[in-house]
Design a protein around this ligand. Sequence first.
Ligand code: NAD
Length: 335
Amino acid sequence: MRIAVFSTKEHDHKFLDEANAHYQHAITYFEPRLTRETVSLAEGFEAVCVFVNDQLDRQTLETLAKGGTRLIALRCAGFNNVDVLAATELGMRIVRVPAYSPYAVAEHTLGLILTLNRKIHRAHNRVRESNFALEGLLGFDLHGQTVGIIGTGQIGQVVARITHGFGCQILAYDPYPVADLEQLGVRYVELAELLAQSDIVTLHCPLTPDTFHLIDAESLVKMKQGVMLINTSRGALLDTRAVIDALKSGQVGYLGLDVYEEEAALFFEDLSEKVIQDDVFMRLLTFPNVLITAHQAFFTRDALTQIAHTTLQNVSDFASNQPLPNQVTVQQVKR
Ligand code: NAD
């Protein structure tokens, strides 16, 4: 099948080309994000393949449909950037990669927690400048801390198991509790209790209309003073301005982000020679207790290999009229 692949970097070519030796699709790579401005590039392609920051709103989808596109293949798990209802009305199918190495994201989450706590990034810089003082590097034992996990799907479950291995107490909030985790000692509680009891709150639920700004000024005041807040899920789960206020007051003691609500204008590009116009993001960078990575939690060899294979298998299933196990439906959006 002819596939237009958007938002591509060198690593996308490498992993998709390797996998495509098996699937034999006709792939054309486009570097730009898919937006209203770039959608004309997709004309005539039956399938378009997109990533986390491509913008598939109704207008873009209408143009795609007119140009002959029948399949949207997301090479990621989240589908918050696609108007699923509009795509369905236009007769397009949407497929995604629901599970690819949840370990990649879970392990990165722990990387943020450990780095923030023990200030490894700051220690590294100091030692490189022959500053061997320990002042300002004081951390705490993770053992015995209470970790609150919001969303115990694929990734949240791995975070629960890893933090259990560290000797943490684990609270969880998810409309669908997982029995295996309960057997491990994870306690499912209401969101308010999780926020009130946790030393570390980590987000692993999808971004939906229900979870937009799940963490806002109201929920921040319910948290423990000095809480560590981690978001490797989707940026708009946090009201960033409210979190900045909470950092200023000390209510949030540590913030670890791999995602940011306005990341589409920043992440995945080298902007080191540019003046960044996003004042909210730049304010975040001024805090000594904030650690940000640019949406790299998924970025492991293993995850990229799985993403490439599942994406191309999804396209093959569609091309040969097979059932689509990884289809995104309107019902999932409403769930
Ligand atoms: P998943 O679908 O397996 O799990 C999501 C869980 O969230 C489900 O158990 C669901 O019941 C729960 N949930 C839904 N609404 C909720 C709510 N209001 N409150 C609490 N829980 C709720 O997804 P996953 O594979 O574990 O991924 C989780 C999220 O991580 C994705 O939605 C995606 O946005 C993000 N993600 C980020 C990266 C990255 O590189 N940073 C990579 C992959 C996924």
